[in-house]
Design a binder for this molecule. Sequence first.
Ligand SMILES: NC(=O)c1ccc[n+]([C@@H]2O[C@H](COP(=O)([O-])OP(=O)(O)OC[C@H]3O[C@@H](n4cnc5c(N)ncnc54)[C@H](O)[C@@H]3O)[C@@H](O)[C@H]2O)c1
Length: 267
Amino acid sequence: MRNRFHEKIVLVTGAAGNLGRAYSAAFAAEGAAVGLIDIDGEAAEAVAAKIAATGARAVGFGGDITDDSAMEALIGNCIETLGGVDILVNNAAIFDNLASYVGEGLRAPSLGTRVSTDHWRRVFEVNVFAAVTLARLCRPSMIERGGGVIVNQCSSSAWSTVGAYGVSKLAQRGVTLCLAQELAADNIRVVGIAPGLIGASQMTEELMAQKPGYKEMSHFVLDNQLIKRFANVEDLLPMVLLLSSDDGSFITGQTILVDGGFVKNIG
Ligand SMILES: NC(=O)c1ccc[n+]([C@@H]2O[C@H](COP(=O)([O-])OP(=O)(O)OC[C@H]3O[C@@H](n4cnc5c(N)ncnc54)[C@H](O)[C@@H]3O)[C@@H](O)[C@H]2O)c1
């Protein structure tokens, strides 16, 4: 096991969710102290307690990342509790109803005018604007500590751009480049990781049944990937750790696809 994040402090948003949990544990396993932020504070604390039981430093924090004043207080609290921040992982997001894609193909203009402007606004608030707010709040501590890394969790949907979710992820690719240009002078790299569909292989028949259309959609993705297996969160960990560590020290402004060739194949 490498120890690339020894003495590093990492904040992960959406840390109680599928990917956030795994990312937080992976950073901790390589020596980081981790602050786990989620709107579900109890769940964040429970995940943090599990990670802390492995001997790592992990603390859970509850808060809505779209609430600017709450975030100002929360990031202040994270910095005070953990001692600063070196790496921010903007992972939290909300989705459209994926089932709506089914039968229309991922390139169909399926969820544009048929969802409300309030829906678009909320998706952009969580998936795009909050990442900028958190970058702004973390920047002074990163500068004080000699630099840092911001990792924006994107999605292959940024290329298929279906619905508010896909468009928000496309906007996030732009935010990654914009912040990379601005923050390079502060020795802060800003990078994105864009997974394809994750976790379908772990879905039981029972869970699949609760999510109508999910099975069909996951097979659409699988059929169009060049690598013919479902992706797992473990497929993402080497890339997120590389981008966040000195192994990725010459990479900034980029969003890297980890999608089994799906986007390249659908063109
Ligand atoms: N799961 C996939 O197949 C997949 C594929 C590509 C990209 N992604 C991206 O990965 C990230 C994580 O996805 P996931 O599958 O783990 O999702 P998830 O729903 O399991 O986790 C998301 C977490 O974000 C939290 N959250 C939502 N709104 C919040 C808010 N306003 N403030 C604070 N926390 C909030 C939720 O409580 C949840 O714990 C997202 O950015 C998603 O777009 C996921």
